[in-house]
Design a protein around this ligand. Structure first.
Ligand SMILES: [Zn+2]
Length: 86
């Protein structure tokens, strides 16, 4: 119950290989409440926005609230990624 979030280091090469957009691209970026994929956005019939990151190792789909995103300086989004008591 304490911390079941998956840590995804968005600038780490191994994590970039492991966590991909639902269509398997590594060109995604986090947005405030979901994710955005550059390759999907470039497709004429697709929206680049997606809500679940795919873990290629376990084949799980992870919602934005289930991951803790870290970049070089620390948590990407303090609001979402810090543990806030209900
Ligand atoms: Zn994509």
């Amino acid at each position: 119950m304490m911390d079941s979030k998956k840590v995804v280091r968005i600038e780490d090469r191994q994590d970039r290989w492991r966590y991909v957009c639902p269509r398997g691209h590594r060109s995604w970026e986090p947005t405030n409440h979901h994710f955005w994929c550059q390759k999907c956005a470039a497709h004429p019939e697709m929206d680049g926005v997606f809500h679940e990151l795919r873990d290629r190792k376990t084949d799980d789909l992870l919602d934005r609230s289930q991951v803790r995103l870290l970049d070089r300086v620390g948590p990407y989004d303090i609001d979402l990624d810090s543990e806030v008591a209900e």
